[in-house]
Design a protein. Structure first.
Length: 107
């Protein structure tokens, strides 16, 4: 997908809807308190939350923040991020990437 670098004056909502609703097979949502508190991630969640019932959203929680629209009993990845990607790279791959690859194999 080619990304237009000149969005000045454009409407982001169309881009987010296109990406999160129409052009992606799955949405992997990396969620934490920072994600919940910012405006744009909130809009992103509004776009992809409608795909939760079809099992097309894989939440990866970095903390225990609760998100409206994402059921507490949804099978998710719960990863205790310690702030150092280099130290945790193997665990990140095992806990996130390999599970997503397994989900894609099943589609």
């Amino acid at each position: 997908m080619q990304i237009n670098n000149n969005y000045l004056g454009g409407i982001w909502s169309k881009q987010f809807l296109d990406i999160f609703v129409h052009k992606s097979r799955l949405v992997v949502a990396i969620l934490d308190v920072h994600h919940k508190e910012k405006v744009w991630p909130t809009f992103e969640r509004d776009c992809f939350t409608q795909r939760v019932p079809q099992a097309e959203v894989i939440p990866a929680f970095l903390d225990k923040t609760i998100f409206p629209g994402i059921p507490a009993d949804l099978v998710s990845i719960h990863f205790a991020y310690g702030g150092d990607v280099a130290q945790q790279s193997d665990a990140i791959i095992d806990d996130v990437v390999l599970r997503i690859a397994g989900k894609l194999d099943g589609l």
